[in-house]
Design a protein around this ligand. Sequence first.
Ligand code: UD1
Length: 371
Amino acid sequence: MIKILNVVGARPNFMKMAPLIEAMGRHPDQICHRLVHTGQHYDERMSRSFFEALGMPRPDVDLEVGSGSHAEQTGRVMMAFEKVCLAERPDWVVVVGDVNSTLACSITAKKLGIRVAHVEAGLRSGDMDMPEEINRLCTDVICDLLFTTDRVASENLAREGVADHKVFFVGNVMIDTLLKHRALAEGLELLEGIGVVPGGYGVVTLHRPSNVDRRDVLEGILAALAEIARQLPIVFPMHPRTRKMIDEFGLAGYLGQPEAGRGIITLEPQGYLEFMHLNMNARVVLTDSGGLQEETTVLGIPCITLRSNTERPITCLEGTNRVVGSGQEAILAAAAEVLEGRWPSGRVPERWDGRAAERIVEVLLSADQAN
Ligand code: UD1
């Protein structure tokens, strides 16, 4: 019997972990798995609603670390997770993604001599100003197994000198979740309530510190969105960090007071299925999220990425994504291309087929037998 501690912390972790828990659950005689939530995200709409929508079990342990500076948050997770590792003595810790909890739990486990597997390894933006890039690099360098979503990520790890036998190109667990819930999300009826029609609106998400923590950058983006919204209503589910910064900088005027179905329509953070429903029916998505670049590629929806780089270049090489930066003119030019029907279509990357979690569990089982 292998004992595995699965770790989640922030919103994007939940949809990556759900299929892994399901796949582990298919081997009750071989795997005993427990779920640890660090509590990095804690609001109902940022956390618990996802457990319910994705059919995930409640966490066995909640570290309840909450928000704070990077050092505070990372340090609190490490101190609390160390106690859990000492009590549980797992054979493996499995971490996903690139949030502070990913890094904190990897280091903690590794220093206790516990093997660590990183799901979504090898992604690189090359941008060391991004906290997530630091988390990715530091996590990958200490992990025992590295599961990648695409060949570019595997190549990145090879270039950094990671031994081949540790790296497995398995596909994309977040896409496992998308494909599983696609039909359910399709069946929702939300658009009428918001006042938009299928194919007749854009979706925006924004939360990166590089976009929302500087007044001039945030103002440029909001001005571009307000301009686009004159032609195409913009639905904007707002991350708590972004709402806080818009209020602090006094930029709420750009959001206006839209009548139903016009202008920039702001919403609370959405549940998983509701958000997917919004995306799959959109004319275009504008975002600084990492995961959404991948989801739009699978859904075949044009994606305008409001960043100067991406750790997911496969979505540009093969999918519907383009990285345009955060400048007002560049955003408007890209949106014009979409509205004029000039956006290229893409294809779904290799192994984004709904079976990534299954492949990962096979590797974990055979890696354990090898020891
Ligand atoms: C974190 C991740 C980022 C990920 C994002 C998805 C890191 C470094 N960043 O960024 O990679 O893309 O999650 O959402 O790990 N807040 C709430 N309620 C919550 C959580 C946060 O109101 O449940 C507010 C707090 O004011 C907090 C701020 O949002 O200070 C930022 O939260 P934090 O977890 O530090 O980073 P995110 O910006 O959410």
